[in-house]
Design a protein around this ligand. Structure first.
Ligand code: ATP
Length: 298
């Protein structure tokens, strides 16, 4: 095989709780992760000339070790002493620095692709063990679908598929630093009612109950981002006004998503949001039951 094309899917958090800040500075989280059908296209091609050569559709992204896709390839190619070279082409579609794990899912796709292209024979769980060295969300991105993530995000439990629905994703044109959000969370001082109802969401998923799942949607990081960036609260209100069952920020933001049970209402909301927020990146999408990585082999 000379080349492989993969679709690297984005995620949203249906619920996000931070339990405490550990002594080593890491935060212990409890999150419900969900893959959605928004994806970057990644083409991997073997070449004779040694080295990793990355190109991307977004000029401002790093094309060296600063890019998680590059680091993922480097990690496996060094471990398995691959002497050949690799071209990586990234067609970015997932909003960048959005709370949708764009970089992590690219890294996961490259781990999957390099494993296949060079016939390394690693299992998914072996790829996940390596992936955590690149980022806490990478193992989840290898796994995909609906999952509970605990620890720093790397302890994963597969959950029943999310009930089918329509997901309206809006990434406003602001930047939110993940570091700023966690530094200002003060989780050890937050009252218990500020915490997200992750158990409620687990129960709703067991029952396949979309309305109960929506009722339990909460992201503790909003306690920091909403006061700092009022647009996040405004987008949530607009989504609900346009018929969303509920709306919430994903990850550390600033992306806001709304869940809809009816297609025509979701489509109407999509056009309303596009009209009112022309500067935002907006996608109407659906949940994905798992990863559908490989699009084409050649
Ligand atoms: P998370 O949800 O895991 O916090 P995110 O959606 O907030 O992720 P990313 O899109 O992964 O954030 O990007 C964060 C930063 O990582 C960007 O500013 C970018 O410079 C860098 N980066 C490195 N590799 C990539 C990549 N392949 N795609 C996007 N950003 C990347």
């Amino acid at each position: 095989m000379e080349s492989i094309q993969l679709n690297a899917m984005a995620k949203i958090n249906l619920g996000l709780d931070v339990l405490r800040k550990r002594e080593d500075g890491y935060h212990e989280v409890r999150m419900i992760m969900q893959t959605v059908h928004i994806y970057d296209k990644i083409q991997l091609t073997r070449k004779k000339e040694p080295g990793i050569f990355l190109t991307s559709s977004l000029r401002f992204l790093p094309v060296n070790e600063g890019n998680l896709a590059y680091r993922a390839a480097q990690l496996l190619m060094e471990e398995f002493q691959i002497k050949e070279g690799l071209d990586i082409n990234l067609q970015k579609n997932i909003p960048v620095a959005a709370g949708m794990a764009g970089g992590s899912t690219d890294a996961a796709a490259v781990l999957i692709g390099v494993n296949k292209l060079f016939a390394l024979g690693l299992s998914d769980s072996e790829l996940m063990t390596r992936g955590v060295k690149l980022g806490a969300d990478v193992p989840y991105c290898v796994m995909g679908g609906t999952a509970l993530a605990e620890g720093i995000g790397e302890q994963l439990t597969r959950l029943p598929d999310m009930p089918d629905c329509y997901i309206l994703v809006v990434k406003p044109a602001i930047n939110v630093s993940t570091k700023f959000v966690y530094e200002n969370l003060g989780v050890n001082d937050l009252p218990s009612e500020a915490h997200a109802d992750i158990d409620g969401q687990l129960q709703a998923l067991e029952q396949g109950n979309l309305s109960a799942l929506c009722d339990a949607m909460e992201n503790i990081l909003q306690t920091v981002t909403e006061p700092a960036h009022p647009i996040i609260g405004e987008l949530k209100t607009a989504m609900k006004k346009n018929g969303a069952c509920n709306a919430m920020m994903s990850g550390s933001g600033p992306t806001v998503f709304g869940l809809f049970d009816r297609e025509e209402i979701a489509k109407a909301a999509y056009w309303e949001m596009r009209k009112d927020h022309p500067e935002a990146q907006i996608h109407l999408t659906r949940p994905c039951a798992g990863t559908e990585w490989i699009e084409q082999e050649a």
